[in-house]
Design a protein around this ligand. Structure first.
Ligand SMILES: [Zn+2]
Length: 248
């Protein structure tokens, strides 16, 4: 997939990086990424990936903008209240970068529809706000063989993990949360700048993964403490009894 002169100009600050170059920029252009959730995490991930020139972005979110979202979701403005987040995110992407093909999907991901929505993507980034969605997304990614970058933020704590086949997100959290569909942010609160930090970290990890920069991150979970302002990293062990990836 070649780059046009306009794209070579646009991405010059990427292409000059030895770790990216023309080869890396073409990988970004060829990439098909699904973003589940255009909320706090998505508000950092979607602009970063669109600006970076990821060729195809599918933005999946069933919600409408509410004023209570605006402290952590700078994709949206006050006048957007009541309108579809997926559609507004699409408009944002088109205004930012005409070279990105974005597709909005105004649906809630569940165990029934996840595989159909996520198939034919090279990477899924999950920034949803509840365990039922995260587990449905994870199970579908395992079944489809698609790498999953999971990012979450609540209160002052954030986590970002990259999963590919096994270990999977279900190995990490277990089976107890399948019916857990509470909105963590509504119940527990979240700092807006925290979701921006965690979402930007997720976007960086996604770009590194797509281009092939840095060390292997599959199976690593990065944890951010927004009070101590520190990151730490742990390995996720595979659960041999995991009902999603255990027999993989
Ligand atoms: Zn698993």
């Amino acid at each position: 997939m070649n780059l046009t002169d306009a794209e070579l100009d646009r991405y010059a600050r990427h292409i000059v990086l030895p770790q990216v170059g023309g080869v890396g920029q073409r990988k970004l252009k060829a990439a098909r990424v699904a973003v589940v959730g255009a909320g706090g995490i998505g508000s950092a991930v979607i602009p970063a990936l669109a600006g970076a020139g990821v060729g195809q972005l599918t933005i999946i979110d069933s919600d409408l903008v509410e004023l209570v979202n605006l402290h952590r979701q700078p994709l949206f403005r006050e006048r957007d209240a009541g309108y579809s987040k997926a559609d507004l995110a699409l408009q944002f992407v088109h205004r930012l970068n005409r070279f990105v093909k974005a597709t909005p999907v105004q649906q809630r991901v569940d165990a029934m529809n996840a595989a159909g929505l996520l198939v034919e993507h090279d990477l899924v980034i999950d920034g949803s706000d509840n365990f039922a969605t995260r587990l449905a997304v994870s199970d579908a990614c395992v079944a489809l063989g698609i790498p999953l970058l999971s990012a979450a933020a609540v209160q002052f704590q954030g986590q970002v993990g990259l999963f590919c086949s096994t270990p999977c997100y279900r190995c990490f959290v277990g089976n107890a949360f399948d019916a857990e569909d509470c909105d963590n942010c509504a119940e527990l609160g979240v700092l807006g700048a925290l979701t921006a930090t965690v979402g930007s970290f997720a976007a960086l990890l996604a770009i590194n993964f797509l281009v092939g920069i840095g060390s292997e991150q599959v199976g690593n979970l990065h944890l951010f403490d927004g009070e101590k302002l520190s990151w730490r990293q742990i390995r996720i062990p595979a659960d041999p009894g995991c009902r999603a990836c255990g027999s993989a």
